[in-house]
Ligand binder design. Sequence first.
Ligand code: URA
Length: 194
Amino acid sequence: MTQLQALYAELQKFFQPLWPGEDKPLVLGEGNEKSPKLMLIGEAPGETEVIKRRPFVGKAGKNLDEFLSLMEMKREEIFISNVVKIRPTEVGPTGRTRNRAPNKEELALFTPWLMKEISIVQPKVLVTLGNVPLKALVNPKITIGDCHGTFMESKASIPLYALYHPASIIYRRALLPVYQGDVLGLKEALLETK
Ligand code: URA
């Protein structure tokens, strides 16, 4: 059993009894767990991710493909995970279950596990997608609009590069060229540190 498998076994044991009677499957990280160039960290899995039990395979996964193609990287080269590893849901006005942002309790429960995950994977650079992982790994006061496309110090003592969340680009098309410029900035910075 690898160190990461052992961590995930411990995590499952911790979370399984927490929400009795509720179906909250865990979606764990995947990819190159041996000191990859990048570890991509999202907010939480959505509906498709829960069905497939894999991070970033739904709509946001399509944007991930664009990220990888701009970076000229393959999905298997990097490690991909989320801060919160269950799908946070609420019932909307039409009675349909929909995604919601993770709440304080979920963030407090899951962030220490993310820190352990990072310390096992040991990526060269952490790439956060959107505000949720950024706030968890830098500080709760920072916002993505102020620091996207820049490197920062993280609580994990690994350089962190902030990107907008792919889903925010689906809703705000004007962000697309900004996001693409930020990704190319990351690519250049990685080339320089080779
Ligand atoms: N899918 C994920 O796995 N994470 C996100 O943050 C969004 C979609």
